[in-house]
Write a protein that binds this ligand. Structure first.
Ligand SMILES: Cc1cc2nc3c(=O)[nH]c(=O)nc-3n(C[C@H](O)[C@H](O)[C@H](O)COP(=O)(O)O)c2cc1C
Length: 200
């Protein structure tokens, strides 16, 4: 049985294009893996926490010296990491906001990148410890960045940071041109066609 983790980071609730594309990817994956189980983490709906100064203190304080509140911070981080480790496939909804990823998605990544757990430093340089996952990025944007990547700080960043953690099998599918009336209506269909070739 495949475990699929669907990460949502849109501010647009049910009107989100990245979530709609993520759901299309899930539909295809479920056809291929009928007994798969999907876990959804909606970072915006749950108001996913940023790593504040207090939380950072919890992370760098040795286990035996942590306060109760610090232990809770670490327990939450462990849960988020375990959810990632348990998944065989990830579907990450990634809207482009002000040329980058939503801050909630960055906060999720900040929780995941834990030295000694999801990556480690070796004499040959950093080594990702999260291996064997297939990742689909469902990227959405108001403009068309596939043709003008200079201001797209989503795709390159996500592919690099996921790779740093060991996730190198990454497929990025774009629903783009949402802010351009003549492209908006066809944007999701176009993404679905790209999806058909990616999953073929
Ligand atoms: C806060 C915010 C910032 C945005 N910044 C950009 C931008 O810099 N460039 C762009 O092309 N579209 C921008 N957009 C438009 C979104 O990329 C577009 O609405 C996309 O569909 C968002 O994905 P979602 O529908 O899953 O939320 C922005 C939207 C929001 C809400």
């Amino acid at each position: 049985m495949k475990k699929i983790l669907h990460v949502i980071s849109s501010l647009n609730g049910q009107n989100s294009y990245s979530m709609a594309l993520g759901n299309k990817i899930l539909e295809q994956l479920k056809k291929e893996n009928p007994d798969s189980e999907v876990v959804e983490r909606n970072l915006v709906a749950e108001d996913f926490p940023h790593i504040t100064a207090d939380k950072w203190q919890a992370i760098i304080t040795p286990e035996e010296n942590r306060t109760e509140a610090q232990r809770e911070t670490i327990a939450f981080q462990d849960e988020v990491i375990q959810e990632l480790l348990d998944a065989d496939i990830l579907v990450i909804g990634a809207p482009l906001y002000n040329f980058g990823i939503p801050s909630q998605l960055k906060a999720w990544i900040d929780h995941l990148a834990k030295s000694g757990v999801t990556f480690k430093y070796t004499e040959e340089g950093p080594q990702g410890l999260v291996s064997g996952k297939k990742v689909y990025i469902a990227m959405s944007s108001g403009g068309v960045y596939s043709e003008n990547p200079a201001y797209d700080f989503v795709s390159d960043y996500l592919i690099k940071v996921l790779g740093f953690l060991g996730m190198t099998d990454v497929e990025l599918i774009r629903v783009e041109g949402i802010a351009i009336p003549e492209l908006r209506d066809e944007a999701l269909n176009k993404a679905e066609k790209q999806l058909a070739t990616s999953l073929a």
